[in-house]
Design a protein around this ligand. Structure first.
Ligand code: NAD
Ligand code: UFG
Length: 339
């Protein structure tokens, strides 16, 4: 078993991944500045796993503090979630996004190098395929030109990590391209807890169900899709978390330096209306909605070709649409105000 440092481990995907790592018997060190998370998520993760972890409230851009964590812990690998993720906000505050996501990663990789830690799993996004590539997205397609500064930071970091791996054969890196993570741990004790008005579909639907929002605005029903609403590849966060455990195993088995991209999606496109109807069916809650104008920057449809992750990482997503909906509702109804 290994010691894994998880940046951003108190956040939505991070907390589920930390739980999966502890359940596999790994030791975990979480580094998070708690900018978009609460320590309570990690209290609950430790309770669920019945194991403890080490926590450092550190900003990854603080090189001295990050270096101190590496000096205290003998880290075998890093999973790097820390960053800002709101697409719309990134258009308003590009510098914050480049500083956090790009500069933060540069600092992290420099510190890893100083401490001879060469295994890295990076949180990338399907947004790196940009607008020009046709779905299903496959890793052999070139990196696109994402429209938002957020998307650009992900494409830049992927590029930087490829250059790092090419320059130093000791580095073994995976760029995991997430599609649309939703759902929550089956316990209902950890889940997605956005600040303010949710930007993403699933937490918005869940907040309508719990009475915190009046109705969902569906952004456009005139797209060239089966029902006119956008198609996405929704992936259960616990399947996504398992993808990180599988990516780590894969990295530990590599003999040569590498930097490989893997799509983490199910390969099944679902529309916004599929999600609304699915939630209503499996949670037995009515979701009030209205059709609103299209949201700027939304692509009509994208989903993953997930064969590479399935065959090389031996990753198998197992959760169904019903699991995604039931688990979202369990988390939201048990924790109407989040953590
Ligand atoms: P999140 O906001 O819940 O988690 C990110 C965590 O990083 C938070 O706990 C935050 O406090 C921490 N953080 C931010 N900046 C930091 C810094 N400078 N130093 C230390 N900690 C910092 O987001 P999430 O949904 O769990 O996403 C995790 C990662 O996955 C992000 O990099 C995100 O861009 C990427 N991603 C998310 C999605 C999605 O739909 N959720 C899709 C594709 C990619
Ligand atoms: N949607 C609505 N109403 C809402 C919110 C969303 O109709 O209130 C629609 C969107 O228009 C889109 C679909 O629901 O058609 C999904 O939207 P999300 O905001 O949940 O997700 P996106 O596909 O826009 O973006 C997500 C992540 C990004 C990432 C991208 C590609 O949030 O970080 O997937 O991986 F870049």
């Amino acid at each position: 078993m290994a010691k894994i440092l998880v940046t951003g481990g108190a956040g939505y995907i991070g907390s589920h991944t930390v739980l999966a790592l502890l359940n596999k018997g790994h030791q975990v060190v979480v580094v998070d500045n708690l900018f978009n998370a609460s320590y309570e998520s990690l209290v609950r993760v430790q309770k669920l796993a019945n194991k403890s972890l080490t926590f450092a409230e550190v900003d990854i851009r603080d090189k001295a503090a990050l270096s101190q964590v590496f000096a205290q812990e003998s880290v075998d690998a890093v999973i790097h979630f820390a960053g800002l993720k709101a697409v719309g906000e990134s258009v308003q505050k590009p510098l914050a996004y480049y500083q956090n996501n790009v500069e933060g990663t540069l600092t992290l990789v420099e510190v890893m190098k100083q401490h001879q830690c060469y295994h890295l799993v990076f949180s990338s996004s399907a947004t790196v395929y940009g607008e020009a590539n046709q779905p299903p997205y496959i890793e052999t397609q070139p990196l696109g030109n994402p429209t938002s500064p957020y998307g650009k930071t992900k494409a830049m970091v992927e590029q930087i990590l490829m250059d790092v791996a090419a320059s130093d054969q000791r580095f073994k890196i995976t760029n995991l391209r997430y599609f649309n993570p939703i759902g929550a741990d089956i316990s209902g004790d950890i889940g997605e807890d956005p600040n303010g008005i949710p930007n993403n579909l699933m937490p918005f639907v869940a907040q309508v169900a719990v009475g915190k929002r009046e109705k969902l605005a569906i952004f456009g029903d005139d797209y060239p899709t089966k029902d006119g609403t956008c198609l996405r590849d929704y992936i259960h966060v616990s399947d996504l978390a398992q993808g990180h455990v599988d990516a780590l195993n894969w990295l530990f088995n590599q003999q040569e330096g590498c930097c490989e991209a893997f799509n983490l999606g199910t390969g099944d496109p679902l529309s916004v209306l599929d999600i609304v109807r699915g939630f209503e069916q499996y949670s037995e809650q009515k979701i009030a909605f209205e059709i609103a104008p299209r949201r700027s920057g939304d692509l009509p449809a994208f989903w993953a070709d997930s064969d590479k992750a399935r065959s090389q990482l031996q990753w198998t997503p197992v959760k169904t649409l019903q699991d995604m909906m039931v688990d979202t509702w369990r988390w939201q109804s048990k924790n109407p105000n989040g953590y």
